[in-house]
Design a binder for this molecule. Structure first.
Ligand SMILES: Nc1ncnc2c1ncn2[C@@H]1O[C@H](COP(=O)(O)OP(=O)(O)OP(=O)(O)O)[C@@H](O)[C@H]1O
Length: 250
């Protein structure tokens, strides 16, 4: 495969089958370094499977994939060391405090105690959460939890962070604040691949792909896709591509 210096992720005909079922069908796409890439698709389209492969957790069936310069068939451990991951479904341990969660995750990611201490206090200041460091995660609001979970996922300064529906269930203002953190991370050079069901968030991405039934049906900047599908919003683009029968049945 061509050198992937400028790409954080490069997939060519990436395929994953479970028996005779093809969950990812010849995905070909690239994510540039530092890019904020939206990975969209209806439920069951195959996003989570692709993310698990890109995180080095699942071996692809065929095709080619490089993540952070490493081969997804042969160097899965190296990939795991180069990435961060956050999902709304599971993010922080509720029965540990804010500071304990940060220490736990940073330790898992192999950071030294000295670095953890110095950076924990900086992080809590940035998030305006210093006075909550001894508060149990269960006792802080969901939106704060998610901002903290994102900060923890990039605490070890990975090359790429994967966000699987990171803002599910939070209000629009908190979601906007969450996106400020995403932009900060991207400015620091961290590549962000994010899935979301909120189409206002799709507009915040630099480029998006839309998966339908295991295939990438569309890929481009939000402006390009709106123009291509003669739509005024990403919501409209998404409905046209991902739910072709939606207009007929509603
Ligand atoms: N281990 C597995 N064995 C068999 N089929 C699987 C397995 N994992 C996923 N699938 C199937 O692959 C398809 C894609 O699932 P996937 O979770 O990747 O979709 P998704 O786009 O992430 O959807 P969601 O947004 O609901 O998580 C589904 O039909 C699912 O049932």
């Amino acid at each position: 495969m061509e050198s992937s210096e400028m790409y954080a992720i490069k997939a060519v005909d990436l395929t994953k089958s479970f028996g005779s079922f093809v969950a990812n069908d010849k995905l070909t796409f690239e994510v540039k370094r530092g890019e904020i890439f939206g990975f969209l698709g209806a439920n069951g389209a195959g996003k989570t499977t692709a993310i698990r492969i890109m995180c080095g957790l699942l071996e692809p069936t065929s095709g080619q994939l490089e993540v952070a310069g490493f081969d997804a068939f042969k160097q899965r451990e190296k990939i795991k060391q180069s990435i961060g991951y956050m999902s709304q479904k599971f993010s922080m341990y509720e029965d540990l405090t804010v500071a304990e969660n940060i220490r736990l995750y940073a330790g898992i990611y192999g950071m030294s105690r000295k670095d953890i201490k110095a950076r924990t206090s900086r992080l809590l200041e940035q998030l305006d959460m210093k006075e909550y460091q001894k508060t149990l995660i269960a006792d802080i609001p969901l939106g704060w939890r998610q901002k903290l979970a994102f900060s923890v996922a990039i605490f070890h300064q990975p090359k790429i962070v994967f966000l699987d529906e990171p803002t599910g269930g939070v209000d629009p203002i908190t979601r906007r604040q969450f996106w400020d953190l995403i932009y900060d991370a991207s400015e620091q050079g961290i590549t962000v691949l994010v899935t979301t069901h909120y189409m206002d968030e799709a507009e915040y991405c630099q480029r998006v792909s839309i998966m339908v039934d295991g295939r990438i049906a569309a890929l481009g900047t939000p402006a390009e896709l709106k123009s291509e599908y003669k739509s005024s919003s990403m919501e409209d683009v998404f409905i046209r591509i991902a739910r072709p029968n939606w207009n007929n049945s509603h």
